[in-house]
Design a protein around this ligand. Structure first.
Ligand SMILES: Cc1ncc(COP(=O)(O)O)c(C=O)c1O
Length: 374
């Protein structure tokens, strides 16, 4: 039968009638930029994350960039970033003229290794960006303690972690500020691009609001060199409808993860995802490890099971970051992850039959490998 990597259409269909009503209302009022639906969504999302403020921006990358700009982090400054992440985390640092200083990951959870921070910090370090990768938060207690000790800002990259929690608190409220993405495939995704900054810091929120709007808080008066990076009212209208379903959708993802865990338990040569703190993981992605990853991926493709590699090249080996001057071997855990990770189909509406079909393909093909000596 086959299983897609992501069934976005099922989620779109679920929200469509209400989303269309809201879209029509925005169109009727022509309230397209910085409109009421945006204000409503900012309030609701801040509340959801347990943060005092939320500011809608054009993308997750912009959310990171605008936080860095608002903290006046730029040329001459360094920011600690995990070597295994989506490239946008490091791009944001470079975009403001600062230097991303890469840190290896903790191999069991794929998040920044708190013990590796000490050897990366210098007198120029201004901030650390823990990435809540695959839907699981970084180990925030030691990261925040380290940052406080060294006077660094903690900027959560929560692009993959809407609703994830750590010690009972949600992503977006675990550091000084957080960046979210509403790229359509995220746990909370718009009908296009979008992003959000959350923070308890009123001054930071005001600064980001100004920066996202040409450096202006009063029309045609410009206090600083800003950008145009606002979350569209139309996207906010859709996100308001989807936010009400986020917890149920995350539960659907956790349910699929439990199914995988049951059906893949003990499978030879596979390492299943591990949860740092039970119940906090929202499984944006379900990521296995296998030393025979490429073979497994090819075989799953033959069974029409959608799967992807997140991510095949660590930041320091990307051509764009060659200027950092790292060789292969610089961040061994990030490199090993790039060679071994494989993301299986994961979406809230996955049925147990779909989970079983994927698991059977993973298991069946794994045992086949041995006989063929692959
Ligand atoms: C970890 C991470 N950081 C940042 C981003 C950037 O978000 P966007 O695509 O909205 O710019 C993404 C998603 O694409 C991401 O996965």
């Amino acid at each position: 039968m086959g299983v897609p990597f992501l069934d976005l259409r099922a989620m779109t269909d679920e929200v469509m009638p209400e989303a269309m009503r809201r879209i029509e209302a925005v169109c009727a009022s022509s309230d397209f930029i910085l409109g009421e639906e945006l204000e409503r969504f900012e309030t609701a999302f801040a509340d959801y994350c347990g943060a005092r403020h939320a500011v809608g921006v054009a993308s997750g990358l912009d959310a990171l960039k605008l936080i860095l700009r608002a903290y006046e982090i730029g040329p001459g400054d360094e920011v600690l970033v995990p070597a295994h992440t989506f490239v946008a985390t490091a791009l944001a640092v470079s975009a403001v003229g600062a230097r991303p200083v890469l840190v290896d990951i903790e191999p069991d959870f794929f998040t920044i290794n708190p013990e590796a921070l000490a050897s990366a910090v210098t007198s120029r370090t201004r901030a650390v960006i823990p990435v809540h990768l695959y839907g699981q938060t970084a180990d925030m207690d030691p990261v925040v303690a380290f940052a406080r000790h060294h006077g660094l800002k903690v900027i959560e990259d929560a692009a993959q972690a809407h609703g994830a929690s750590y010690g009972g608190r949600r992503a977006g409220g675990l550091g000084d500020a957080a960046a979210f993405s509403f790229y359509p495939g995220k746990n909370l995704g718009a009908f296009g691009d979008g992003g959000m900054v959350t923070t308890d810091d009123a001054a930071l929120a005001e600064r980001v609001k100004t920066l996202r709007n040409y450096g202006s808080s009063r029309k045609y008066y410009h206090e600083e060199l800003g950008e145009n990076s606002r979350l569209d009212t139309l996207q906010a209208a859709v996100l308001n409808v989807k936010l009400a379903r986020l917890d149920a959708w995350n539960e659907g993802r956790r349910n699929a993860a439990r199914g995988y865990a049951e059906e893949l338990a003990g499978a030879e040569g596979l390492i299943l995802p591990r949860e740092q703190k039970p119940a906090g993981h929202v499984y944006h992605l379900y990521v296995l490890r296998s030393e025979r990853r490429d073979l497994l991926m090819r075989r799953l493709g033959e069974c029409r099971i959608g799967c992807l590699i997140h991510y095949p090249v660590p930041v320091h080996l990307q051509k764009a970051f060659a200027f950092l001057g790292h060789e292969r071997g610089a961040f061994p855990e990030a490199e090993r992850a790039a060679d071994e990770v494989l993301s299986l189909p994961m979406f809230p509406t996955m049925t147990r039959e779909q989970v079983s079909e994927v698991a059977a393909a993973v298991r069946g093909k794994s045992s086949g490998e041995t006989t063929e000596g692959a």
